[in-house]
Each structure stands twice: as C-alpha cells, then as structure tokens.
Design a protein around this ligand. Sequence first.
Ligand SMILES: Cc1ncc(COP(=O)(O)O)c(C=O)c1O
Length: 420
Amino acid sequence: MSQSTDLLAPVWTHLTAVQPVRGEGIYLYDADGKRYTDFTSGIGVLNTGHCHPKVVEAIQKQAGQLIFGQMNIVIPPTTVALAEALNEVTPAAIDRFFFSNSGAEAVEAAVKLAKHATGRRNVIVFQGSFHGRTAQTMAMTTSKTVYRHNYQPLPAGVFVAPYPYSYFYGWDEEETTAFCLKQLDMLLIGQSTPEETAVIVIEPVLGEGGYVPASAGFLQEIRALCDQHGILLAVDEVQSGFGRTGKFFAFEHAGIEPDIIIMAKGLGSGMPISAIASRRELMEKWQVGTHGGTYGGGNALATAAAKATIEIILEENLAENAAKMGTYLITKLRQLQKSYPVMGDVRGQGLMVGVEFTDGNGRYDKATAKAVANSCVEQGLLLLTCGSYDNVVRWIPPLIVTKEQIDEAVTIFTTALSKA
Ligand SMILES: Cc1ncc(COP(=O)(O)O)c(C=O)c1O
C-alpha cells in the first residue's frame, strides 16, 4: 500500500514511485514485500549496502549515549575518532579534517579553504562536472543546464576547462589528454591568470557527467601544473570515493596526491555527513571562525556511522571487491556490446561503470538509454542514467555485490535491451 505523495514538493525527480519500508544489502522492499535490486546505491551513498549490521549497531549504540554535540560548543569524541579513521585512509601528508553535511557543502568548504590558503579568488572546473546545487556549486556544475536554469547569474570567478572525455571527442586517450591540457593552458593565458587561480577542482571519474574516468596521465599533468603555479588541486571524491572505483579514493589510480580531498555520499552509509581533508599548513591558513555550521561534525550518529563505514570497507575488502566485480561487469557488458552496437561505449573504474548509448551515426541516443533503464526498473532492477545528454546508463551497485547478483542484473538488462 503506497501513501499519497501530494504533500511533497514536485521539484524532485523520481526514478520510481517505490516506497521502500526496508533495505537489506543490495535490496529494497516495499510494504507489500516486493523486492527491488538497488544498482543505484542511492546515487553512490550505500557502498556498504542498505542497513549494514555494523552501521546499524553503531547508530543504535550511539543514539543511546549522545546524539549531538555542537562543534562550536564542545568536541564530540566520535568526531575525533572519525578524523583518526580518515587519517588512516588518506595520504600521510593529509592530516586535517573538516566536517559538514552534504557534498555541495564540502565543495563549498574546499573552495573557501583554497581562497584563504592561497589568497587567490578563482576556481577552475571541468566541463560536464557536477559539484552540487548551492549557489557556488551550481556555478561549478556544467553537466546539464537544468541544474542552473533560471538561477543565474551565479557567483563569478569560475572557469571551465574541457574534461578528458575521449569517447565524446572521438579521439584516443593520448590525443584527448593533449587537447585538454592545451585548452587548460590557454584558459590560464586568456581567462584566469595562475596568480589569480586558487584551486582546480576535478572529479577523478566524471559522475553525473557520464561516468568517464580521467586518464592517469591527465591527472598527473594537472598535478604538475598546480605545483608549477602554486594552484591547489582539489579532487571531488563525493561519488568516486570510499572504495567505489577499486581503490579507497579514485585519485590513487593516478598515483597523485591532491591538496584537498572532498568526500560525502559513501562516507556515511546514508547518514548525512561530508568532509574535506587537507594538509595542516593549508588548514592553518583558514581563518578561525570564517567557516562552520550548526550540524557539521556535531552529529554523533553520523560520525559513528562514518567510522563504522570506513572499518567495514577495510575489513570486508570492499575496494578489492569493487575492482573484481567491476572488471567482471565490464567484461560481461562488452560481450553484450558485440550484439548491441547501440551500446556505443562501455567504460568505468571499479563499480562506477557507464554504458553510453549512441545511434548508428554515433549520435547520443537518450531514447534508448531511457527505455532500457525504464524497462530494468519495471523488472525490479533500479538503474540510473547520467551524462550531459542523458544517454549513459550508470552501474553503481553497493560494493558488497556478488557475481551472481551481477549475472541476474545483466540478464534483466539484456531483456531490456532486446525490448528497446
Ligand atoms: C561528484 C559530486 N560532487 C558533489 C555532489 C553534491 O553532493 P550533495 O548532493 O550531497 O550536495 C555530488 C552529488 O551527486 C557529486 O556526485
């Protein structure tokens, strides 16, 4: 039995009208007991699956002790414990942590930190990125116009360089990397001088923009460019972090160290918590009292859940499972691609896998991508689309997923493809 949703603001988009009352592992259940296979992980939030017993236990235990301690008033021990846990999974030089509630808030915090730490004002982002829905992060988001439609003008000082999206350009990785670096160089000549540029913010794997991993070479060159000009490098790991791509953080694939790591989603297994991490000498330049918030760092349920999440990812080797299952999924999808040329590109890193749909002329085929995703949903498999042209089906199951569960999902996807 579903409840009326008339009282809810219509501004949300909804993949389904499902009203789940229970979640367990990769599954959601409605009040009638109908089961749905969740290959969205709540858009990359539930890396440990729905209601992981250890996350549930951490929240229940904490709720009986302390729910909230406001950070400007006290310092909850759970916040300190979470910083210690994050310190173990971030590069050695990164040893200071700031907490907030959402991904957008963390991106905002990263920009504010970068401005104070460098004394510079401008921000460089990449075409197709999604960084959030607040004013600053809308200005940094270029994945689709819908996110900024009728909200402009937005904060100034944001400059957009091309993302190394080889399939979009129709070039190989090397050519694409060279082109994007040349354009970035030109941006620093023509639009924002290095001396004015505080930070370059990049998603190591473009999320909402189409599930496109940046090549290691590109990320290494950006790191070198930042070092050359004293620009900070911030990686937005909101969607790609916490084991999702087969490493704890996606930037690790490129062997680089960022100056700021932006985290949210997978950090809290569903509790609203986000963080930025940086080096002490940068954090010490962030003028005391110029940033903060009522809830950030103070919600002890969220920090306890986040600490449990990190422990689960490490104890259950979820990054390794993501790497293994991701390779397995991509191999299966590439086999399928041979029979369905409408699957123009199959790509990804770990369990952040995209299938880009294109027609016979190589044009974006949103209609087929949507029809396939909708048919999967009708068959009980929740799959999202993404991409600026909305023509990419994104596979982002919880990292606990098994081969058998992937087999079942690909069977449903194959039925959907044959119908579409
Ligand atoms: C890469 C990235 N950055 C930032 C955000 C914004 O996070 P939130 O929706 O929690 O504000 C998202 C959300 O999808 C994201 O994918």
